[in-house]
Design a binder for this molecule. Structure first.
Ligand SMILES: [Zn+2]
Length: 414
């Protein structure tokens, strides 16, 4: 994934969770007693990163546990996640993963969701003054979060204080585009990532002069801001009849029943009229066209899903999003790169993971067909390696079946 190429007939040696050798068979020393995995006719690629997820921030309570998340992610080749609402529980989970106590994707996490008043989501951290803003950023840095997450109702003054404090402390700013700051303000502040393509369509609605799209794309590129576009998230905002079709997808079997029920009974969606749904679809189309323009114009894109929001099945949604990116003009290589090398580059971890190379983490997927020819081939797994641990496909499938079986019991008691 460093550039678009296949390197044929390679032997890869993994030791202590790292790739320690890579080259033509004859040039590679295979240590005595090594476990051998036959790769003939197969394709080795880096593990995938879902750059927008919401792990369970309160431990065992909730619709899906972090164990269930981990099983679903790993079985789909997702070896890294960026968690967009943090808590001390998530930091504790990260420590247990690092100590090899849990098999799970590697976690990067923001602090708590930071919003103005009244907050959109009830349990947000509300920040109304400059001194509260400084405290919030300082606290996130001290607690060990990787970034601060900003949200829609922050005032311009508070947003600026968050950004400047974060710069001083070396903490990136990820998140939404505050309504009163707008896309221009967020780009001027060089916010590190924008989620869900927020702010752009609003700016176009305000004044869609000819050339405005190209202007916004160029401003994004100049700002160095990444967009985590989450197209699959918008595909979940559907009326009841489409919802029941989505709920009959094969991957739904592995979703905890409580989570499925939550998706099915989404009150917000149930309250929308046919007209409102038609407006949503119109904006989906505009958003996809804008992502096409962003990509064509050389702005930087990350792949994220926003799981476990409605109908976004952890892990398999990453494969849906790969296809979405191809639909809006990415080559298969570019789509996969958004979920591997670009993700690592964004997180300043390209010397740790994101490509298949000596010295990097052995987070890998072995597939049975060339993913550069068809992005759907990323799903044709022979197995996944996480942190140097090899999990063949039959083991991954058995893990999923165990999950499904555990739910049968669940349903009976609910
Ligand atoms: Zn989210």
């Amino acid at each position: 994934m460093d550039r678009e190429r296949l390197i044929p007939h390679q032997t890869v040696v993994v030791k202590d969770g790292r790739v320690t050798g890579l080259g033509p068979k004859r040039s590679i020393h295979i240590p005595r007693g090594a476990q051998r995995i036959a790769g003939r006719g197969k394709f080795l690629m880096p593990g995938l990163a879902d750059m927008h997820v919401h792990l369970n921030i309160r431990g065992p309570a909730g619709n899906i546990t972090n164990d269930q998340f981990a099983t679903l992610f790993i079985a789909n080749g997702v070896t890294t996640v960026r968690n967009m609402w943090g808590s001390p529980e998530i930091l504790a989970l990260r420590r247990s993963i690092e100590q090899d106590k849990v098999i799970s994707p590697r976690i990067y996490t923001t602090g708590p969701l930071t919003d103005g008043k009244p907050p959109i989501r009830p349990s947000s951290r509300v920040v109304e003054t400059v001194s509260q803003a400084i405290d919030a950023v300082t606290s996130d840095k001290r607690t060990g979060y990787d970034a601060i997450k900003v949200y829609n109702r922050l005032s311009p003054e508070v947003y600026q204080a968050i950004v400047s404090t974060a710069r001083t402390l070396g903490l990136p700013v990820y998140g939404h585009v505050p309504d009163r700051v707008g896309i221009e303000g967020v780009l001027a502040a060089h916010q590190e990532s924008i989620e869900h393509v927020e702010g752009y369509l609003e700016a176009l609605d305000r004044g869609a002069s000819p050339g405005k799209v190209e202007e916004l794309v160029a401003a994004t590129r100049r700002a160095g801001t990444w967009n985590c576009v989450t197209l699959v998230f918008f595909q979940g905002a559907v009326p009841a009849d489409t919802a029941s079709r989505l709920l009959s997808k094969p991957s739904m079997r592995f979703v905890p029943p409580a989570l499925r029920a939550g998706w099915k009974n989404n009150r917000q969606l149930a309250s929308l009229t046919a007209y409102q749904f038609s407006r949503l679809r119109l904006y989906d189309e505009k958003r996809r066209e804008f992502v096409r323009a962003l990509h064509r114009g050389g702005a930087k894109i990350l792949l994220g899903t926003d799981t476990p929001n409605q109908f976004i099945v952890p892990g398999s949604a990453v494969h849906e999003e790969l296809r979405n990116l191809v639909e809006v003009g990415f080559t298969p290589y570019e789509a996969i790169r958004a979920a591997t090398k670009c993700a690592a580059e964004f997180l300043k971890s390209q010397d740790q993971w994101g490509t298949v190379a000596v010295g990097l983490r052995a987070d890998l997927i072995l597939v049975t067909a060339n993913p550069l020819e068809d992005v759907g081939n990323v799903s044709r797994r022979a197995g996944v390696m996480v942190d140097g641990r090899w999990l063949p496909e039959d083991e991954l499938q058995a893990g999923l079946e165990r999950l499904a079986a555990s739910y049968e019991h669940d349903t009976d008691t609910r």
